[in-house]
Every structure is written in C-alpha cells, then in structure tokens.
Design a protein around this ligand. Sequence first.
Ligand SMILES: C[S@@+](CC[C@H](N)C(=O)[O-])C[C@H]1O[C@@H](n2cnc3c(N)ncnc32)[C@H](O)[C@@H]1O
Length: 188
Amino acid sequence: MTRLRDKAMPVRVLDIAAGHGRYVIEALAGTDVKPDGILLRDYSDINVAAGTKLIADRGLSGVARFVKGDAFDRESLASIEPKPTLGIVSGLYELFPYNAMVRRSLAGLAAAIPEGGFLVYTGQPWHPQLEFIGRVLTSHRQGQAWVMRRRTQGEMDQLVENAGFRKIEQRIDAWGIFTVSLAERVKA
Ligand SMILES: C[S@@+](CC[C@H](N)C(=O)[O-])C[C@H]1O[C@@H](n2cnc3c(N)ncnc32)[C@H](O)[C@@H]1O
C-alpha cells in the first residue's frame, strides 16, 4: 500500500479468496496508509456472511465490502470495477492440482490490475503433516480427503510471471513451509 501511495496510485485492495477477510481487515490497523477501497471475495456463503459482519463490526462498511465470487472465473475477475491495484491470493491454489485453473485465475488478476499495481501471493512448497491435514481439512472437497498440491517456489513464481507480473520480494518461514511474495504488474 505504501508503494502504491509513493507512486501516487490509488490503493484498491482485492482479495479473491479471503476466507473471513480477517488478515486484510487487521492489516489496516498496522498502517497509516488508508486504502481507497477493499473488495473481499470468496465463493462460500458462510465466509461472505462472516466477513461482512467483521467489516461492519470494525466500522469499515464505508471502505470495504465482501461479495461472493469464483476466484477461477477469469472474466468475473477481469471485469471488476473500479480496477484493483493490490491483488491478494492466499491459501487458495494449493487446494487445486491443476495449473490450468491457476493460470485462469492469474490471467483474471492480470486483466484487472493495471500496470504498476501489485499482487501478493502465497506458496506452500511442502508440508510436514500432509496426511493429517488431508484427512482433517476436508470441507473444500465435500468431506473427502485431499492431497495438498505443493508447488515449488519456482513453479509458483513462473505461473505468476507468465501471467504478467515481475516478482520483487518474498518472505519465508524458518522451515520453508509458507511463503508470501510480492510482484508488480508489468506492461503487457
Ligand atoms: C485455506 S482458505 C484461505 C483463506 C484466506 N485467504 C487465508 O489465507 O487465510 C481457502 C479459501 O478459498 C476459498 N475458495 C475455495 N475455492 C474458491 C473459489 N473457487 N473461489 C473463491 N474462493 C474459493 C474457500 O472458501 C476458503 O475461504
């Protein structure tokens, strides 16, 4: 958000699979940069309801809204108005094995975010408890066990780069299980 303000660009946040939206809403408490708008999306009605309540509880209904939407629907992402300048995709792509889906989602983000805007994306290169989480976190597979689709950082970065972004920064935990990266939308 600071980078956008430094470039005199509007700060319009879009999270395409926000869960309850907690980390976006709470991040606002730690920054002086006030966003011009926040659009949180998720395909789960339960999350849309919980996130909408969180926005209202924090008195942010004037700046933030939560709507239902499919993170893999390219056209739906591409047509978002006003155009987001800071896209977020966190904890989503590892639920799905197919890169065609990821490409479609990233293409939608690339169509939505103008040159100079940013994308924050997470990665999970590996996990020490694959079987445990596969059997416990079954809600997104209608109760069936799932295999987390780990992507090496190289694979994730390539998908993002091919969509039209230039990676500029990365954070990683001590065990290399979770990564958070920042990329800038470059000229198409
Ligand atoms: C593991 S959670 C991550 C939530 C949050 N982004 C985070 O990082 O804490 C995955 C989220 O993706 C959402 N999701 C799964 N498939 C989706 C889709 N096709 N479109 C939008 N959201 C989706 C789920 O409802 C869930 O909130």
